[in-house]
Structure formats: structure tokens, C-alpha cells
Design a protein around this ligand. Structure first.
Ligand SMILES: [Zn+2]
Length: 308
């Protein structure tokens, strides 16, 4: 593929100042976007000569600030961002890597409207990947589960997503994460639902467990912030259990370590119906119905108010 970056427009710098970022282009190089305390080197591929990159720069700025608010700071810098354009709207693929510096690639429609980009989850998902070091392959469920869980949580505030959207996604998605047939613990899982939603289910139970143990004063956010604060990001490697210890220490609990022993190593099959009843949330057709008298209703409300 021809990966020559598109020429930049001076207007980008002016238009993005309003969003709290500074963008400028180097001669024959990437569009450099300084925002959320991090530097992004943005390369656009397959863009027509007169393409206006402003909506994509704004999208990048917005996603970086969403992730930065959740983590307390953006987890890595500098980050190379490759956007492969196709003549359509929305996004169709993405990846994050850290073995040659922090790097994100997303395939995005060059005709995407700003509203369409603001709704899209993929860039936030890939940015959340940057916050976790590279783990042994057996723990891929946590690598994908964390962004699957956090991308909507981190976008909950600031008018991006409402509670219904988040809980509808969880109520429909989480059952894919339950073990099927002869599947054992989450470790070593390869099935899509088990990896993405099994990992997200782990994160949901961890979030609830930490909140219950601390009277809602600590959450999964404190746990993952501690990993970033310890200097980890996708450019380094780690073993899982020492990482969980760092995260547990930040919450003053052993929730993650204990849940990993049950869910990662054993055949963990939680009763989801009982969980939704306890949280006071269920689907009625397409509508999300809440029960504020449910025993964990306060935990449920706090989860979507935790975006920073
Ligand atoms: Zn992913």
C-alpha cells in the first residue's frame, strides 16, 4: 500500500485550538497534534490531495482527552497514529501496538461526519490499549476486555453516551463472555466473545467488587491508574500477577488478584441474571429499565459517573 502522508492544511492549527489542542504539520511529515499532555504524530493514508483533515484531528483530540480524563493523564507519548482512509463513513478496523513505540492504526471513512466520528468507539478503544503493558498471550482476554469495558465507561460523561447506551451494550454483550462447552478459565481463551466480553465481564465484576469493598470510594479506575502511574504502557512487557498486585494496592483490596484466580484460572460462570437483578437493570425489548431499590443500584449509578 502507498503510505505517503497527505499534505497538511494550515487551517488545522487554527480550528483545533478551540478544542484544546495544538496541531501543526512538519514539512513532508505528519500532522503533529499536542493535546491531553501527549504528542500524536498523525499520518493520513490514501487521502485525496484536497482532503481536509480537520474533522479527523478533532476526533483524535477528543478521544485523547476522553482517555486522559479517565486515566488522569494520557498513558503514552509520543504516539504514531496511522489513519487509512476509505471512501465511506465510520470505522472498519483498528489496532494498537507497542513493540516499536506506541502506535495506533485505524481504517476510517474519509466522508465520516463529525457526529459520526464522535459516536465511534474505535479510537478510544485503541487508545485504552496503550495503557496496559504487553502481557503473555494467555491473558489476551484482559488486553481486549479492558478497552471493551472502559471505552463506553470513559465516554459516559461529557455528553457522549447516556446510561441507557452503556447498559444496553453490557446487557447484550456480557453473555457472550460466559464459558461455553468445554471452555475452561479465561486464560488461554481464543473465542471472540470469550476474549472481548469475557474480559469485559471480568472488569465489570472487578469494578463492582472494588466498589463494594470500599463503599464506592475506589473503583477500577483507581486500579488501572496505578498501572499507568507505575510507568507501564504498551511499549513495555509485564507478567499479569505483579501487575494485578500494583492495581490492588491502589484500592487497598485484593479484588483483582482473587478474581483472577477464580476467573482466569478456573471455570468461572457467574449468574448474570442475578447480577443484573442486584444492579437493578434489565432490558425490556430495546428499552433499559432500572430499579433504584435494587441492592447495588448505587454501585450501578456510580459506574457510569466515573469518567473523571
Ligand atoms: Zn482491541
Amino acid at each position: 500500500m502507498n503510505r505517503s502522508p497527505v499534505r497538511r492544511l494550515p487551517a488545522v492549527a487554527l480550528l483545533t485550538l478551540a478544542l484544546g489542542s495544538a496541531a501543526h504539520a512538519r514539512a513532508d511529515g505528519p500532522i503533529v497534534v499536542d493535546t491531553a499532555g501527549a504528542r500524536f504524530e498523525l499520518y493520513l493514508h490514501e487521502a485525496p490531495a484536497d482532503f481536509d483533515p480537520t474533522p479527523l484531528v478533532d476526533w483524535l483530540t477528543d478521544a485523547a482527552n476522553t482517555v486522559s480524563r479517565y486515566y488522569g493523564r494520557f498513558p503514552a507519548s509520543p504516539v504514531r497514529v496511522d489513519l487509512d482512509l476509505f471512501p465511506g463513513g465510520g470505522t472498519v478496523g483498528g489496532s494498537a501496538s507497542g513493540d516499536e513505540g506506541a502506535r495506533i492504526a485505524v481504517t476510517v471513512g474519509g466522508f465520516s461526519s463529525p457526529a459520526e466520528l464522535a459516536r465511534d468507539w474505535r479510537l478510544v478503544h485503541e487508545m485504552i490499549h496503550l495503557a496496559l503493558p504487553r502481557l503473555p498471550r494467555a491473558h489476551h482476554w484482559l488486553v481486549e476486555g479492558l478497552p471493551t469495558y472502559l471505552e463506553s465507561i470513559s465516554r459516559a460523561r461529557h455528553g457522549k453516551l447516556d446510561d441507557d447506551f452503556i447498559w444496553r451494550g453490557f446487557l447484550r454483550g456480557m453473555p457472550h463472555g460466559l464459558p461455553r462447552g468445554t471452555e475452561a478459565g479465561l486464560d488461554g481463551s481464543t473465542r471472540w466473545g470469550r476474549v472481548y466480553w469475557g474480559g469485559a465481564l471480568f472488569c465489570l465484576y472487578a469494578d463492582i467488587g472494588i466498589r463494594r469493598a470500599t463503599n464506592n470510594e475506589r473503583s477500577l479506575r483507581d486500579a488501572v491508574r496505578a498501572i499507568v502511574d507505575a510507568g507501564h504502557d504498551l511499549t513495555d512487557k509485564a507478567e499479569l500477577e505483579p501487575l494485578l498486585s500494583i492495581a490492588d494496592r491502589a484500592t487497598g483490596t485484593t479484588v483483582l488478584t482473587e478474581l483472577y484466580r477464580v476467573a482466569g484460572l478456573g471455570r468461572w460462570a457467574p449468574d448474570l441474571k442475578a447480577l443484573w437483578r442486584a444492579l437493578g437493570v434489565e432490558l425490556s425489548g430495546d428499552a433499559v429499565v432500572y430499579d433504584d431499590d435494587a441492592p447495588l443500584a448505587a454501585v450501578r449509578r456510580a459506574i457510569t459517573m466515573d469518567a473523571g
